[in-house]
Design a protein around this ligand. Structure first.
Ligand code: ACO
Length: 383
């Protein structure tokens, strides 16, 4: 990346000198400027050729300029779960790190929570909803098969100029959506994009199945991404999927062959092993692709599924525990909402400073995984 930037700036200098040569040729009959012109033209063409071979386009960086979250008011503690299912606070806490989770009210949906989180993100960004070009919602618990959850969010926010669609990559969905937003920004198609993760897993849980119902919670998190022509912004990303392991965690749906009920089925230990492995692989991959070392990373914000998964991954990456953000104790696993909620909390707690290098990394149904390295900061000058 640095080499590309260097080549780009060298080419700019040479192009400027070319113009000076052209001017001097038109002013003097001297042959020296003419030979300099030929030489410089050769180098410019060579550099441009090399740049194009590397797929280089003029850089447009996608920055996070706003963040927001919404957690439903109802708190469901482990002690309350002890009364309805054969489990214990001690088991849940020691096996998962979860103490409590939030549960959506009857009148709350993925889109209504997404709207609450998005309003917060727009306020931090200082952006009006009608400046948005696109709304992407990452969810696997939308209220409708169609229209998309994002359609409802777009309407409720009054984002009249924005296109809208959903992404479903289970718990990896937010990073998939973020990477999609970065492509629209990188290509120059759009400047301002809202990316939201919102889930109501409480509606797809069998509340009598202790192996799943203690793990999940409801909530939403959102970010506003904006185009910039230099860092900060997204530096690299990695997305992946292993469809052969789709049965490790899944929820049937009303259009499939099952007649319901539509509850989560999961092979916990298998997902656990996959998660630790893929968190490490994907993190290393994006850090390397960004031209960084793991020691350059100030904070990793992983999908919040289980403290043991996160601690095992941190150990394998030889990262001190304080470099891995954890809030699963208060919200449980909120699937596609967990990373934006955690990102928002990290920002609110002042744990993200301008210029910090951070990694977002997730895994989930698919089995899917996703990671992104970013340089943090809005790119705006401080007043
Ligand atoms: N309370 C008490 N006992 C329980 C509970 C519970 N809530 N759940 C399971 N147990 C019991 C089991 O029945 C089993 O008992 P047995 O030994 O008598 O058979 C015992 O505890 C151990 O069960 P395991 O499943 O082996 O427990 P494990 O240590 O693997 O922990 C857990 C289970 C927490 C689910 C873990 O495997 C895990 O976190 N896996 C990853 C899950 C995950 O991250 N899923 C989200 C993916 S993201 C997405 O896309 C949605």
């Amino acid at each position: 990346m640095l080499t590309l930037k260097l080549l780009y700036h060298l080419t700019l200098i040479l192009v400027k000198r070319l113009f000076i040569d052209l001017l001097s040729i038109s002013c003097t009959p001297d042959l020296l400027p003419l030979s300099r012109l030929t030489l410089r033209s050769y180098f410019v063409i060579l550099f441009l050729y090399k740049l194009s071979k590397k797929g280089f386009t003029l850089a447009r960086y996608a920055r996070v300029i706003g963040w927001g979250k919404y957690l439903p008011a109802k708190v469901l503690t482990n002690q309350e779960l002890e009364r309805s299912v054969n489990t214990s606070d001690a088991w849940i806490l020691s096996r998962t790190g979860i103490r409590e989770r939030r549960i959506a009210a009857d009148n709350e949906t993925a889109s209504s929570m997404a709207v609450r989180a998005s309003r917060g993100a727009l306020e931090v960004a200082g952006l009006k909803p009608d400046s948005l070009d696109l709304v992407i919602t990452a969810t696997c618990t939308p209220e409708h098969i169609f229209p998309a959850c994002a359609s409802s969010v777009q309407h409720s926010l009054g984002a009249k100029q924005a296109a809208a669609f959903d992404v479903n990559a289970a718990c990896s969905g937010f990073i998939y959506a973020l990477a999609t937003a970065c492509q629209f920004i990188g290509s120059g198609a759009y400047n301002n994009i809202l990316v939201v993760g919102s889930e109501v897993y409480s509606r797809i849980l069998d509340w009598k199945d202790r192996s799943t119902c203690v793990l999940f919670g409801d909530g939403a998190g959102a970010v506003v991404m904006q185009a910039g022509d230099s860092p900060p912004g997204m530096l690299s990303f990695a997305l992946g999927n292993d469809g052969s392991r789709a049965n490790s965690i899944f929820t049937p749906g009303p259009c499939g062959l099952s007649s319901g009920p539509y509850y989560i089925t999961m092979n916990g230990p298998e997902v656990f092993k996959f998660a630790v492995n893929v968190l490490c692989l994907a993190t290393r991959q994006v850090v390397k692709a960004a031209g960084l070392d793991l020691s350059d990373i100030e904070l990793i914000i992983p999908h919040q599924a289980n403290t043991r998964i996160l601690k095992s991954a941190a150990r394998a990456l030889e990262l001190p525990p304080e470099k891995v953000f954890i809030n699963v104790d208060r919200y449980g696993n909120t699937s596609a909402a967990s990373i934006p909620i955690a990102l928002c909390e990290a920002a609110e707690q002042g744990r993200l400073k301008d210029g910090d290098h951070i990694v977002l990394v997730g895994f989930g149904g698919g089995l899917s995984w996703a990671a992104m390295a970013l340089e943090w900061g809005s790119g705006r000058r401080k007043k």
